[in-house]
Design a protein around this ligand. Structure first.
Ligand SMILES: *Cc1c(COP(=O)(O)O)cnc(C)c1O
Length: 369
């Protein structure tokens, strides 16, 4: 007779519930037995990567038998020039999500407090919990994260880290540079701001932060404006001793060679980025117009997505989302009230937004019925 085996997990994971926080569109397509007509749920950039980046990645494919450069030397050098810092201020990793995991591993031990926003981008929360950290959540204010309240809460709780996403996912709003700069100036001793700028390229302006300031780590990605989400590559910018600490825990061969080559070419293709930003701005206007045509309000956005207020509570928005999925349109929505009265629609090419325009009236009618 065989005894059922319980895996002998380490204490922290053993204490966590089973969880699949993100159900991917591929899983949803398998469940519904048909592909989506429009893939507008994950803030992927359907306008596509730079042709130069694609060419570089095709070239790198033949060399993929080699491990990638574990220091991402060429990309870090180019990023350093781009940001006016030294390569020692930059660590390249497997997307922001991977780097957020390393950040939690570096700074969060069992019982350490991390301050974040209720209903904000959830990935960092999972990493913090996975290392035994304790989350303290501050509400949004007027559909934006509240930098001053986050810093106040960090002071009250003695938090080691405070997470701020600017521009914000899932609501799309952003703060003027002075607001972020002032919050940084008010950080209590010993608190580091984890500043997620996944949508930084879309922002009208970003804060000026001394690259040697040890109180802030900024996070950027090639997934959004550069349309390389599947390549899994992003970077963190911070003071040299803070960035050097990542070498203690990172997966040194984790950034693949194809992604490194593609990111380098994408960074250099400034014309493509400018073209993308114009396409995204125009898609944002169109999504807002589609919302208005249906009697709904679009929230202001400094990202490549638009939050649409469905005008009811969370259950109503969830019904609209389900109705859109039934009609072949994949979108997502915030998880927490009051933000969950909205659905979140990623920018994409016209044919994708045509599908949204066609599906939304029926989805709304079904949700109201
Ligand atoms: C998309 C997103 C990320 C994930 O970025 P990757 O580099 O693809 O891991 C991180 N933070 C926010 C706020 C995002 O919206």
């Amino acid at each position: 007779m065989t005894t059922p085996q319980t895996p002998r997990l380490a204490p922290i994971p053993a204490s966590l519930p089973d969880s699949v926080p993100f159900v991917g569109p591929e899983t949803l397509e398998r469940r519904r037995g048909a592909p989506f007509r429009a893939r507008l749920g994950a803030n992927e950039n359907g306008f596509g990567p730079s042709p130069a980046a694609m060419q570089a990645m095709r070239g790198a494919a033949a060399e993929v038998w080699k491990y990638g450069d574990p220091t991402s030397h060429d990309l870090r050098a180019a990023l350093a020039r781009h940001h006016g810092v030294t390569p020692g201020h930059i660590v390249v990793g497997e997307g922001i999500d991977g780097l957020l995991g390393l950040t939690a591993r570096l700074f969060v031990g069992p019982g350490d407090t991390v301050v974040t926003s209720a209903g904000g981008y959830p990935t960092f929360d999972f990493h913090v919990t996975g290392f035994g950290g304790v989350l303290d959540r501050v509400p949004y204010k007027d559909d934006r994260q509240d930098p001053d309240a986050l810093v106040d809460r960090a002071r009250e709780t003695g938090a080691k880290l405070v997470y701020l996403c600017n521009p914000d996912n899932p609501m799309g709003g952003w703060h003027e540079p002075e607001v972020i700069e002032s919050a940084i100036s008010r950080l209590p001793d010993g608190t580091i701001m984890v500043l997620d700028e996944a949508y930084g390229e879309f922002a009208p302006a970003l804060p000026q932060i001394d690259p040697d300031d040890p109180r802030v780590i900024r996070f950027r990605t090639f997934s959004k404006a550069h349309a390389m989400a599947g390549a899994r590559i992003g970077y963190a910018l911070g003071a040299v001793p803070v960035i050097r600490a990542f070498d203690r825990v990172r997966n040194h061969f984790g950034v693949n060679s194809v992604a490194q080559a593609g990111a380098l070419a994408a960074l250099q293709d400034e014309a493509w980025l400018a073209r993308t930003l114009a396409q995204v701005a125009s898609a944002r206007r169109r999504i807002a117009a589609i919302a208005e045509d249906n009697g709904l309000a679009a929230l202001p956005s400094a990202t490549n997505f638009v939050a649409i207020d469905c005008g009811g509570g969370g259950d109503f928005a969830r019904a609209v989302l389900a109705g859109l999925a039934e009609r072949g349109v994949f979108v997502r929505m915030p998880w927490t009230p009051p933000q969950d009265r909205c659905i979140r629609v990623s920018c994409g090419p016209d044919d994708q937004l045509d599908a949204l325009a066609e599906a939304l009236p029926g989805a709304l009618a079904a949700a109201r019925a």
